[in-house]
Design a binder for this molecule. Structure first.
Ligand SMILES: Cc1ncc(COP(=O)(O)O)c(C=O)c1O
Length: 387
């Protein structure tokens, strides 16, 4: 899956150009850089994909999520509803805002279930964060409707689905804010970076200032003469990441086409062997980074795993809150004026009922016919053992 496998001469030339011009930083030096702003070009290319009015490149997907939550006004003690099936960064972003993570249930696509999120809304709820996991969109129509009904911002964690869509709209650009990641395990990578999207000028302005120590950016002044807007942090990207990002986004259609062609072959073989693929709200928008089959029972999933040698998602310590001791230790404690829920595994029985039946294979953009054939063979062996 790592995007470095499609690196070529274009990336080398893009990086060399930044170094040769000695313009490695994104802000300031306006006279010296002769109108070349690679980080801004990266943002413009991202905006073109999501159709968002504003895109802000930041140093990671985690930074993008924190910046988004700050941008929509999440404050200490507020509650943010999200899912137990995500990367821990989603929870860390909430905790970094001194807010309280509240975990909902999953729908049959393994995404946050909008109806369960609605039941968790309280006067303290200040954002809802659906996460588009392993290539597949959460049910965004329902979340947008929920956000409107309760006047609560929807922040999409689209870190894993750069290029994914839901009913024709790009993930990350549907909610009030959305975040992408370009870390080394994502479809496209620039080393480390994130992108945060919004259509709202004031939200963008707060995020733009926040990600760079509160500086109010202007090309009319020297860097040192920039104004200040509140406190911030340093989540800036460099021009190197910007230049690599421009190249990466140009390669996105090619990367998605390759992943989708590979996934189609494996899914078809699985269906022929009697397996049920993970349901999706919009199969056309799947970025196809993962193949998941849902077995009828947890026992069947174990039999499949033993024969196929693949992962059962319930065991995944990176992507399932049941395994996070730091979160469990936060449970039922007074926290910035709010009381946290329990995060013990028994509170996640509903998620467990799905994730213990989900078997998974990760795909690479470039896979040889032999490698794909090998997966198909183990899928068939798994199905035979499990069904
Ligand atoms: C769902 C999800 N959210 C957030 C992140 C954080 O992105 P980054 O590694 O760029 O900080 C990741 C990365 O693995 C992720 O998978």
């Amino acid at each position: 899956m790592a995007g470095t496998e499609i690196f070529g001469k274009e990336e080398i030339m893009a990086a060399a150009d930044v170094i040769e011009r000695r313009m490695i930083h994104r802000y300031g030096s306006h006279a010296e850089r002769a109108g070349v702003y690679r980080a801004e070009e990266f943002e413009a290319a991202a905006r073109e994909i999501t159709g968002s009015k504003y895109a802000l490149a930041v140093s990671s997907g985690t930074a993008a999520l924190i910046t988004a939550l700050k941008g929509v006004g999440v404050k200490p003690g507020d509650e943010v509803i999200t899912t137990p099936f995500t990367f821990i960064a989603t929870i860390e972003a909430i905790v970094a805002c001194d807010a309280v993570p509240v975990l909902g249930e999953l729908d049959d696509t393994l995404s946050l279930d909008a109806a369960s999120a609605e039941k968790l809304i309280t006067p303290r709820t200040k954002a809802i964060m659906p996460v588009h996991m392993f290539g597949v969109a959460a049910d965004m129509d329902k979340f947008v409707a929920l956000g409107k009904k309760y006047n609560i911002p929807i922040v999409e964690d689209a870190c894993e689905v750069v290029g994914g869509t839901y009913k024709g709209r790009a993930l990350g650009g549907i909610g009030d804010c959305g975040a992408w990641s370009f870390d080394p395990n994502k479809t496209l990578t620039v080393g480390e970076a994130g992108m945060v999207f919004t259509d709202d000028h004031d939200t963008w302005f707060r995020m733009d200032c926040y990600h760079d120590h509160g500086h109010v950016h202007s090309k009319e002044h020297d860097r040192g003469a920039e104004g200040k807007f509140g406190f911030g942090v340093n989540y800036r990207i460099s021009e190197l990441q910007g230049a690599l990002g421009v190249v990466a986004l140009r390669k996105l259609p090619e990367a998605l086409a390759s992943l989708r062609a590979t996934k189609k072959k494996i899914i078809e073989a699985g269906i022929a062997a009697g397996l049920a693929p993970r349901p999706m709200h919009d199969p056309e928008g799947d970025t196809a980074t993962h193949v998941i089959f849902m077995l009828p029972t947890a026992e069947a999933a174990r039999r499949f795993q033993a024969a196929a040698g693949c992962a059962v998602i319930a065991d995944n310590t990176w992507h399932y809150a049941k395994h996070w001791k730091a979160l469990q230790e936060m449970g039922e404690k007074e926290y910035f004026g709010s009381r946290t829920p329990s995060y013990m595994p028994e509170t996640m029985a509903q998620a467990e009922s799905y994730l213990s039946r989900a078997v998974m294979f990760g795909l690479n953009i470039k896979m040889s016919d032999e490698a794909v054939e090998k997966i198909i063979k183990v899928v068939e062996a798994g199905a035979k053992a499990a069904l």
